[in-house]
Design a protein around this ligand. Structure first.
Ligand code: NOJ
Length: 561
């Protein structure tokens, strides 16, 4: 079967505020992104996902949008956007935008109108409810970002619902006018030529209309902080607030809209539920395999189990989508490193992303080994969620400043959002030396963690990424092949086959997850091995698969003919 572009592509997520600052104001912008397209092309990227570039008061780092068809002035103008898009397309790079359907900013004109009076025609565009008999919130629902999910509007005497910050009121998707208005915005960008959307927080679009109280044991909502949300309990905890009926119909409607456009525009869901694939070709094209990354350590056992389950769960025709990091999580380097072998592990992890079956999503900066930014002071923090958590811990939970600060530093999403490190120049070459970037640059830009230092160094992580991306592009089995796990017993190494019937190419991938040499025996494979790639020099050509010696953390990719 012929693959579509989004099945064959490697995606790269750009966090616009931190990617490239062309006008030197401390904030990344569209001109900066345009200037870096050659870098991305050379890296081997096929498609970009841009975190929100829209006008926003920036209470949730752009995920609070105040104009769905605009461009945030700090990023440039609509003309800057169209020339960015044009230049990306000229290099055969597709562009996917972030689309936040669940909520707007409280500064969006729709909400300003809606809150202006109970009789306002847009009142019902958001989720308004009367107070409980005691005057408190309508029920005990919590915001994912902490505290109650309800905010009182004193002027009109009703509460509005917000799954996230109180500055992010939820739209009422049961109102057809909301849908119409949002679909217009979707068409606006599709008409401009964007290649699709990453759909933010789709699970929270609808909530239970009868507002039943949660019965799950919850702290009173004012005591609730996001770090109490144990992910295993998330679905249970948020039972009436997430994944409510209506969601799949809505996603199918959006798919039908997108399908009206030529060029296979893509929809990528920020959710892990394979049900969002619908029956395989009528809902979302891609749904992130988040369970893969929801562990503190990536082990062969975990990866194998994840793949077995994930691939078997997908409806026929659906295509997998893997990632290890984004703007909400710790950086791959820090999260999956062990402190001793971080550089080797970073290589292993990107090799995993680029050889597993499915569309990989990489996150800007991981290719040079950017690590978590550790802030020391609340005043440097930009992530409202962690600032809110800090205050709740002090005011409601009686914690000390030190305790609350260290929890906020630990949980803040700022740590993965620091400016891209382009060179060893002051500010990592992101902004001019006399400017303070919107978030501090990680100090390790002076220690080789920058693009310029790694670009021409064949031994750098960046060179490893480029090599692996080139190899993948030239190897049909790695792009399109079926996945078949081998050696299920081993938690030291991961071995699997990828077989592409169209090209009849078969590849064996072996990843040594330990710091020790391993000998692996593939005595069932009767094909001739041809080395495609090894992260370590090998002197055993031709390879003997019945007694294969692997170096510590070796990445080995072999074609079987
Ligand atoms: C998911 C986004 O990835 C995250 O950054 C944001 O805060 C929430 N959705 C709310 O929009």
């Amino acid at each position: 079967m012929q693959q579509t572009w989004w099945q064959a592509s490697v995606f790269y997520q750009i966090y616009p505020r931190s990617f490239a600052d062309a006008n030197g104001d401390g904030i990344g912008d569209l001109r900066g992104m345009t200037e870096k397209l050659d870098y991305l092309k050379d890296l081997g990227i096929d498609a970009l996902w841009l975190s929100p570039h829209y006008p926003s008061p920036f209470l949730d780092c752009g995920y609070d949008i105040s104009d769905y068809t605009g461009v945030g002035p700090e990023y440039g103008s609509l003309d800057d956007f169209t020339s960015f898009l044009h230049e990306a397309h000229a290099r055969d790079i597709r562009v996917v935008l972030d689309l936040v359907l669940n909520h707007t900013s409280d500064q969006h004109p729709w909400f300003i109108e809606s809150r202006s009076g109970r009789d306002n025609p847009k009142r019902d565009w958001f989720v308004w409810r009367d107070p409980a008999p005691d005057g408190g919130p309508p029920n005990n629902w919590v915001s994912i970002f902490g505290g109650s999910a309800w905010e009182l509007d004193p002027q009109t005497g009703q509460y509005y619902y917000h799954a996230f910050l109180k500055e992010q009121p939820d739209l009422n998707w049961r109102n057809p006018e909301v849908k119409r208005a949002m679909w217009e915005a979707v068409r606006f960008w599709l008409d401009l030529g964007v290649d699709g959307f990453r759909l933010d927080a789709i699970g929270t679009i609808f909530e239970h209309p009868d507002l039943p109280d949660h019965t799950f044991k919850l702290p009173p909502s004012e005591f609730f902080t996001p770090n109490m949300l144990d992910l295993d309990d998330y679905g249970q905890l948020m039972r009436f607030q997430v994944r409510q009926p209506g969601l799949h119909d809505l996603m199918q409607e959006l798919r039908a809209l997108v399908d009206e456009y030529p060029g296979d525009r893509v929809l990528v869901g920020e959710d892990e539920d394979v049900a969002f694939h619908g029956s395989g070709d009528d809902e979302l094209h891609l749904v992130f395999n988040f369970p893969l990354m929801r562990v503190e350590r990536l082990t062969p056992m975990h990866i194998r189990a994840n793949q077995a389950l994930r691939l078997s769960e997908l409806p026929p025709g659906a295509w997998p989508c893997n990632t290890l990091g984004n703007h909400d999580t710790r950086r791959v380097w820090s999260r999956y490193g062990d402190g001793a072998n971080d550089a080797a592990l970073a290589r292993l992890h990107v090799a995993l992303m680029l050889t597993l079956k499915g569309t990989p999503f990489l996150y800007n900066g991981e290719e040079i080994g950017m690590s978590d930014l550790v802030l020391s002071d609340l005043s440097e923090m930009r992530d409202t969620m962690s600032i809110f958590q800090y205050h709740t811990m002090i005011k409601q939970l009686g914690k000390t400043h030190e305790e609350a600060l260290s929890a906020a530093i630990e949980s803040t999403r700022d740590r993965c959002r620091s400016p891209m490190q382009w060179s060893a120049a002051p500010n990592g070459g992101f902004s001019p030396p006399d400017v303070s970037p919107w978030l501090p640059v990680n100090a390790n830009y002076t220690a080789g963690v920058n693009v310029a230092a790694q670009l021409d160094d064949p031994g750098s992580l960046l060179s490893f990424y480029r090599q692996m991306l080139r190899l993948r592009r030239a190897t049909p089995a790695l792009i399109a092949g079926d996945y078949h796990a081998l050696h299920a017993h081993s938690d030291d190494y991961l071995a699997f086959l990828r077989y592409d019937a169209a090209s009849s190419q078969r590849c064996l991938v072996v990843l040594n997850f330990t710091d020790a040499a391993q000998t692996v025996i593939f005595d069932q494979i009767d094909k001739h091995p041809r080395l495609l790639f090894s992260s370590h020099p090998r002197d055993d050509q031709p390879l003997a698969l019945d007694w294969l010696a692997l170096a510590p953390f070796e990445v080995l990719i072999v074609e079987l003919a």
